[in-house]
Design a protein around this ligand. Structure first.
Ligand SMILES: CC(C)(COP(=O)(O)OP(=O)(O)OC[C@H]1O[C@@H](n2cnc3c(N)ncnc32)[C@H](O)[C@@H]1OP(=O)(O)O)[C@@H](O)C(=O)NCCC(=O)NCCS
Length: 124
């Protein structure tokens, strides 16, 4: 298994992987190819995760997915770590995610912001 930056040519495979999880992941407005990392096995995409850097203050981890037959092998953990490393290299100091799977992210050190109870978002 290898983790590498995605290219535009990976987007069909990334979209297909994300479409396997309609309840967990947004299918439209995907991050751009250059924001994605992919996990590959024999050059096939088996996992993906994007880091969108909005400013030095804030970046978002998005579109994390691992193919069902490759789950529970630590691939998501490595994809998140790769995003964290890239965020640190860019001197970003707040990383957030919006997820229906908080347990997974809490294990990776994500939590409420400065002990606030809620992070509220207004959709425009
Ligand atoms: C969530 C998901 C990405 C995990 O992928 P994975 O490669 O199987 O995860 P890993 O093998 O790296 O597991 C890392 C850790 O998370 C835990 N974990 C895995 N799936 C989990 C889940 N659904 N809920 C809570 N914890 C989970 C593992 O037990 C492991 O714990 P450990 O660090 O204590 O050993 C994968 O199940 C998936 O693609 N789900 C559908 C899409 C989704 O929910 N994406 C995340 C929401 S944005």
């Amino acid at each position: 298994m290898e983790i590498r930056k995605a290219s535009a040519g990976d987007m069909p495979a990334i979209s297909k992987l994300i479409s396997e999880y309609p309840d967990e992941l947004m299918q439209d407005h995907l991050p751009p190819a250059e924001a994605f990392f992919v996990a590959t096995e024999n050059e096939e995409v088996v996992g993906c995760c994007a880091l969108e850097i909005y400013s030095r203050r804030l970046a978002e981890v998005r579109s994390l997915a691992v193919r069902k037959d490759f789950q529970h092998k630590g691939i998501a953990k490595q994809l998140i770590q790769t995003c964290v490393t890239l965020a640190k290299e860019n001197d970003v100091y707040e990383l957030f995610c919006i997820t229906g799977n908080p347990d997974f992210f809490q294990k990776r050190g994500f939590g409420s912001f400065k002990k606030e109870k809620y992070a509220l978002i207004k959709i425009l």
